[in-house]
Design a protein around this ligand. Structure first.
Ligand code: NAD
Length: 396
């Protein structure tokens, strides 16, 4: 096939395997320059949600900064006939290829992480391939979850709570800044979003891994969250997704208690910076905010993508010089510290009312946002010949 991007709204339905491999090589290069020397560094790492975004970067960091064997769990579409696989499928194949070349074990489970079957497969494969993990990263971002206990499918939504939300947003297809109006969620929608993106499934994974003896002494357990600036609070932090994230953050303490009983370390939530991922492109207002944020942070020299964030997380926070992990008053790791600097946020507040379709390219890094969006699907990499035929079923 000759593979070109086919964008539909906030997703691209094609992906380029050689571009995904080139992206993986770039991430590996960043992680390899950020070696972790401390003795506590992880040797076996499980990443749940490992095929794209923060989970993929966590897996690359675990392998190429810390030298760990990894197991990755994800839910991705394989290639078939005239169709490409999803980007996360190619990313995972590329990861396994590069890890194998580096002499590291990489085991994959492609299935629904919320299901009992997938969890059982992870347990089985973990026991076959080296046993307990010393780091577990929970990085799922999903619009729905079928709960194996009641068999029902719950859907997450991105809505404000209590009042209609009106604000600027960016139509990324049309390059237009326009107003968006979103009706508030009802109680059911709030509860359902928590069911999908809250801490319940993280707890189920933790209980299972502990019961099966798959968390090694000192094992750390990590999930990701986001807070962001006040302009997005009504739709994010104070909205349905924020309530779910609050639940996830609050569940860390109970998980730590259970883990301590088994001689493990802590469960942490790391609040990360806003980046371009498949999940974040779907949130209203966020692409506009991210385009502004990139410009400001690039000018300050503090801009980071997923891989730079996870390298800093591993090197400075989880496996730093002292065993104590720096946390805020709510026991959260704050990797969003540079994003939330008063200087950065003051500039956002100044820029927000001024930005419009006419000055979008001048006031924001929207061009970079678009580049990064296409890059999620393996497009736009300088080293790839996009006019050449590729075997999409067996690309590597
Ligand atoms: P992403 O869309 O890039 O990745 C989601 C991952 O979850 C993929 O590997 C996907 O395969 C996997 N997944 C989804 N449903 C699954 C299922 N049913 N079974 C197995 N795997 C499944 O998302 P992301 O933006 O990297 O988000 C990961 C975490 O990071 C989320 O908790 C998110 O809230 C958090 N976070 C994201 C940002 C951001 O700006 N993107 C910022 C801070 C925190």
């Amino acid at each position: 096939m000759i593979i070109k991007p086919r964008i539909k709204g906030f997703v691209c339905i094609t992906s380029h395997p050689l571009g995904c491999l080139a992206n993986l090589r770039d991430q590996v290069a960043v992680a390899s320059r950020s070696k972790i020397e401390c003795e506590r560094k992880p040797k076996r790492v499980l990443v749940i949600g490992s095929s794209t975004g923060y989970g993929l970067a966590s897996r690359v960091t675990a392998a190429f900064s810390a030298g760990a064997d990894t197991m990755g769990v994800y839910f991705e579409r394989p290639p078939k006939e005239e169709k490409t696989a999803s980007a996360g499928y190619y990313n995972s194949a590329a990861f396994c290829k590069l890890a194998g070349e580096a002499g590291l074990s990489a085991v994959d489970v492609n299935g629904d992480a919320f299901s009992t079957e997938c969890k059982e497969e992870v347990v089985k494969k973990a026991k076959e391939t080296g046993g307990a993990f010393d780091l577990v990263v929970y990085s799922l971002a999903s619009p729905r979850r079928t709960d194996p206990v009641d068999g029902k499918t719950y859907r997450a939504c991105l809505k404000p709570i209590g009042a209609i939300y009106k604000n600027k947003t960016l139509d990324t297809d049309r390059k237009e800044v326009k107003e968006v109006t979103i009706d508030p969620a009802n109680e059911q929608e709030v509860a359902d979003t928590q069911k999908v993106m809250g801490g319940e499934d993280w707890e189920a994974w933790t209980d299972l891994l502990l019961a099966e003896g798959l968390m090694a002494p000192g094992c750390l357990n990590l999930a990701y969250s986001y807070i962001g600036p006040e302009v997005t609070w009504p739709i994010y932090r104070n909205g349905t997704i924020g309530k779910a994230k609050e639940h996830l953050e609050n569940s860390a303490a109970a998980l730590t208690e259970k883990m301590k009983l088994a001689g493990c370390g802590n469960a942490y939530v790391s609040v990360n910076k806003a980046v371009v991922t498949q999940a974040s492109s779907a949130i209203p207002v966020v692409p506009l905010y991210v385009s502004m944020l990139f410009k400001i942070m690039e000018e300050l020299g503090t801009h980071e993508g997923c891989i730079e964030q996870t390298c800093r997380l591993f090197k400075d926070r989880l496996y730093g010089e002292t065993e104590e992990v720096p946390v805020d008053e709510k026991n959260r790791i704050r990797l969003d510290d540079w994003e939330m600097e008063p200087d950065v946020q003051r500039k956002i507040v100044e820029l927000w009312p001024r930005v419009c379709s006419e000055n979008l390219l001048e006031l924001t890094s929207f061009a970079k946002y678009q580049e990064e969006f296409l890059s999620l699907f393996g497009f736009g990499h300088a080293s790839v010949d996009y006019e050449a035929e590729v075997d999409q079923e067996n690309p590597f």
